[in-house]
Design a protein around this ligand. Structure first.
Ligand SMILES: CCCCC/C=C\C/C=C\C/C=C/C(=O)SCCNC(=O)CCNC(=O)[C@H](O)C(C)(C)COP(=O)(O)OP(=O)(O)OC[C@H]1O[C@@H](n2cnc3c(N)ncnc32)[C@H](O)[C@@H]1OP(=O)(O)O
Length: 346
């Protein structure tokens, strides 16, 4: 842990090669979170010493052929870690400088703010894809971060989000919707882009002109009708071109506005230093907010989710122990470890 001049603690996970969460690392995290609270730090940023992995999630070695007592302590320590981090009264942010699967995503979603490095990294709760049901409080962390519907789809599909997907979800309308209609007709002498309103107003003016004979007006209206029907694609394209041009003139970023954000991460950064700076900026937003009021408001906001685990802690532990001790799960863990080893040796 390093505390900067502003009193913000930067906590770096450092368990090579992939910061997998074993008992020792979880205990070290818990002690550090206690220190941050005791020192009255202004806030805490979690990041990783690895250049490519934030955290690979739970250390599978803790669950494979486990010692029963250690396995129980391991799970209770993980619960403690989450209760301390998710329930921390001080501001928390994650500078996610690499992959964050499963438990890695849990750490990130327990924080209040997330900045992830742009690149070929992924983040998400992949448990379902591994045949594991994520416990309620782990599901709750995701549901607390992104909209419920997206959380349900992500959890049931074991979705690992790319950085871009984590920031945004599927496209809605806007620039990409326009692209689906084909290339817009660009400005030119024959067809300058006009808004549909401009076209209709001009036609109406012509038709209402006292110089226009009734039969000529009818012919013109019929011609307009035919034009609207046969050229509708061009008209739509022109309207889109007009819209895009207007947005550009007004400095509105249509690319961003056209996409729905999933918000699993809040921002991206080019490197770790920038990610930490952005996290600091988030924490400094609370400079003028009384810290007691802030902390209590956060805890009330998160209370329901925290209380659910506190009430069901023993049952949750028993469920985990029963699951891990199943021969079928032990077999899956063995296969998964072998697969990871094989992949790392390539
Ligand atoms: C899986 C069943 C769990 C049952 C638990 C039951 C209930 C709990 C439910 C939910 C809570 C959360 C659960 C979890 O967190 S489970 C862990 C899920 N994590 C993953 O699936 C990630 C696996 N790892 C990777 O995908 C990659 O390692 C990476 C993170 C993308 C990094 O890739 P990179 O190429 O940089 O590294 P390598 O793949 O080469 O790995 C290097 C080295 O580390 C070993 N390793 C990787 N991940 C883990 C891990 N989670 N636990 C232990 N060891 C891990 C890998 O085998 C390599 O080892 P080697 O000795 O070959 O060097």
């Amino acid at each position: 842990m390093a505390v900067d001049n502003d009193g913000i603690a930067v906590v770096t996970l450092q368990r090579p090669p992939v910061n997998s969460l074993n008992l020792d690392l979880l205990q070290a995290m818990n002690n550090t979170f206690d220190d941050v609270a005791k020192n009255k730090s202004k806030g805490m940023i979690l990041t990783s010493a690895s250049p490519t992995v934030f955290s690979a999630g739970l250390d599978i070695m803790e669950m494979y052929k486990p010692d029963p007592k250690r396995l129980e302590t391991f799970w209770v320590t993980l619960q403690d870690m989450w209760l301390k981090l998710f329930g921390a009264s001080f501001p928390t942010a994650a500078a996610i400088n690499g992959h964050a699967p499963a438990g890695g995503c849990l750490i990130a979603t327990s924080c209040e703010y997330r900045v992830m490095l742009s690149g070929k990294f992924t983040i998400g709760l992949n448990e379902t894809a591994l045949g594991i049901v994520p416990p309620t409080w782990i599901q709750d962390s995701l549901r607390h971060t992104i909209p419920t519907r997206q959380a349900e789809i992500a959890l049931t599909t074991g979705k690992m989000f790319t950085v871009d997907e984590a920031l945004k979800w599927r496209t809605n309308r806007g620039a990409e919707g326009a692209a689906r209609l084909g290339p817009p007709v660009l400005e030119g002498p024959q067809m300058p882009p006009r808004s549909p309103d401009q076209i209709l107003n001009k036609t109406l003016k012509m038709c209402l002109s006292p110089k226009m004979a009734l039969d000529t007006g009818i012919i013109k209206l019929n011609a307009l009708n035919e034009y609207l029907v046969t050229e509708r694609t061009t008209i739509v394209d022109n309207a889109i071109t007009f819209g895009i041009k207007k947005c550009n003139d007004m400095d509105i970023n249509i690319q961003k506005r056209g996409r729905r954000k999933v918000g699993l991460i809040d921002e991206t950064a080019a490197d770790k230093a920038e990610a930490i700076e952005k996290c600091k900026k988030f924490i400094k937003r609370f400079d003028k907010i009384p810290s007691l009021a802030r902390g209590m408001t956060k805890q009330i906001f998160r209370q329901e989710v925290l209380q659910k685990l506190l009430t069901n802690r023993q049952a949750d532990t028993k469920q985990f122990l029963d699951l891990v001790n199943q021969p079928k799960i032990q077999q899956s863990l063995e296969l998964y470890l072998a697969m990871l080893k094989q992949k790392s040796q390539k």
